[in-house]
Write a protein of this length. Structure first.
Length: 511
């Protein structure tokens, strides 16, 4: 079987682009899939992630589409001939870039559409006409409903990472999109794993497909070293620092199971002094693309992400992958660790097994990859500083140590106390000399302080100092000037009632 790209019967523009990109030997999936696709047959291919599936379907499609290339500026001369569907925005953007590199010496046009971006630039590009359209299902349906994309002349359909599209619920969207396509077409289905659902999908939309499996289904790459460490949840960040330091790892993917956990971990690692970026579904598309670009350029040490980045991202020379959380879906584990050890390079996959349900998830991974997993114990360097350690902090520690040494030799009384490495300096409060005096017993002849030394006069009324005097209010008549008229009440019985003074009302009448 041919294993060199130079021996393929590719068109000259494609062969020239492939040579410039440094492709020499084909991977197993490329060696088996490219000749079959060039004959126009349907293909159902399974291969480990990172083995070059993109070139396996892109090069033969472009080769067969060269018969339609033309230099016309009319959009009608450039209808969509090939449709490539992918589950995530990042993967769609990556595949579109690869296709443009392969077709740069041809007159074939390509475009990519995905969500999270303004539709107007995408609409303008589609209106100009493209032969190869790379898209995510949701945004493609938006353009179909807006009549920006017409798919009645599509000859080739590629479903890449098909199992992932089914996992995230794209099956209804796929069925709607495929209903717009012609019945006579070539359909290619590529995935890292084959599940019963994938086989049912292939049976519905592929016609007599050629099944290509270059590795056992759901098998992990042999060049990736897999390590599982039993670590408590609160020690996982410390364990990450330990492995980074002992292994000398400069750049790595760090995976979590939730978007909130991803954001929190990225902030914590940034506080620890590591250049970190977060990549999850709540990020805007522009932020996600910038984070990926910074990671590719080496401006970011750790890319903390959810499973949105676990499928198909091809970033070369990433030495390690860390799973801070064991994935809920065992198949996601295969895709996560596939971000390292790409293109035949060696890689490291470190997994931190904590509490909760991690033991069951590890058992699911064992069942999927058909390998026994040994969970090890990680020894920590307890004397290692766990907080951000910069030059200012080191100077602060050094000055504090010098002060303590001078104070110990009696050469200096420090005005600051350094309780610990992270405590704030505390100012010494001057002592009160009263508290340094010895205790003096009171004399026995003295009267108790609570006994009054001066007795008030006998006729005087003692009033507490806490009682406030009554407030004086001006009155029209004094109480002494009010007239008192005696009223005689006749006796009505055997006993006479006592005589009482009448009370004068406010109206001047007596009661």
């Amino acid at each position: 079987m041919t294993t060199s790209f130079s021996n393929l019967s590719l068109a000259d523009p494609l062969a020239r682009a492939v040579a410039e990109m440094g492709y020499e030997s084909m991977t197993p999936i490329q060696a088996q899939a490219i000749p079959v696709v060039m004959t126009g047959q349907d293909v159902m291919g399974a291969a480990q992630t990172g083995t070059g599936k993109t070139a396996a379907f892109s090069l033969p499609l472009l080769h067969r589409l060269l018969k339609h290339e033309n230099s016309s500026t009319s959009p009608a001369r450039h209808p969509v001939r090939a449709l490539v569907l992918l589950p995530t925005r990042e993967l769609a953007d990556q595949v579109a870039e690869q296709i443009k590199l392969y077709a740069k010496y041809t007159q074939l046009r390509s475009a990519v559409v995905f969500g999270g971006m303004d539709m107007k630039p995408q609409t303008a590009e589609l209106k100009r006409g493209v032969e190869v359209l790379v898209a995510t299902p949701g945004r493609l349906l938006d353009h179909i409903e807006a009549k920006n994309a017409v798919l009645n002349q599509v000859e080739y359909v590629v479903l890449d990472e098909a199992d992932r599209m089914l996992d995230i619920g794209f099956l209804p969207d796929l069925q709607r999109i495929l209903s717009y396509l012609p019945k006579q077409r070539t359909t290619l289905l590529f995935s890292a794993t084959f599940s019963p659902e994938i086989k049912r999908l292939a049976g519905s939309y592929l016609q007599n497909p050629v099944t290509i499996e270059v590795a056992r289904s759901n098998e992990t790459a042999a060049n990736v070293e897999q390590r599982f460490y039993a670590v408590r949840d609160e020690q996982k960040r410390q364990a990450l620092h330990q492995v980074l330091r002992t292994r000398g790892i400069k750049q790595a993917f760090v995976f979590t199971n939730s978007k909130l956990g991803c954001a929190r971990l990225a902030r914590a690692l940034e506080h620890d002094g590591l250049r970190t970026a977060a990549l999850h579904g709540d990020k805007s598309q522009d932020e996600r693309l910038k984070a990926l670009e910074a990671f590719k350029k080496g401006e970011v040490d750790l890319l903390v992400c959810t499973d949105v980045a676990a499928r198909g991202l091809d970033i070369k020379d990433v030495p390690a992958v860390f799973n801070m959380d064991i994935p809920f879906n065992a198949e996601d584990y295969v895709h996560r660790i596939g971000r390292t050890g790409r293109a035949g390079a060696s890689g490291l996959a470190v997994n931190f097994v904590g509490g909760n349900n991690d033991a069951k998830l590890v058992a699911d991974i064992e069942k999927l990859i058909h390998k026994k997993i040994d969970v090890e114990t990680l020894a920590f360097d307890e004397d290692r500083p766990r907080a951000r350690h910069n030059e200012g902090h080191r100077l602060y520690e050094r000055q504090g140590q010098e002060r303590r040494e001078r104070h110990a030799h009696g050469s200096e009384v420090p005005d600051r106390v350094f309780e610990s490495r992270y405590s704030r300096p505390v100012r010494q409060v001057p002592r009160d000399p009263f508290f340094d005096q010895p205790y003096e017993a009171p004399s026995t002849d003295a009267a108790p302080s609570w006994e009054a030394t001066v007795k008030p006069p006998s006729g005087a009324r003692s009033i507490s100092a806490n009682i406030k005097p009554k407030r004086k209010v001006a009155a029209l008549f004094s109480a002494d000037a009010a007239p008192k008229v005696p009223v005689t009440v006749p006796a009505t019985g055997p006993a006479a009632l006592p005589t009482q003074p009448a009370q004068t009302g406010s109206d001047g009448l007596t009661d």
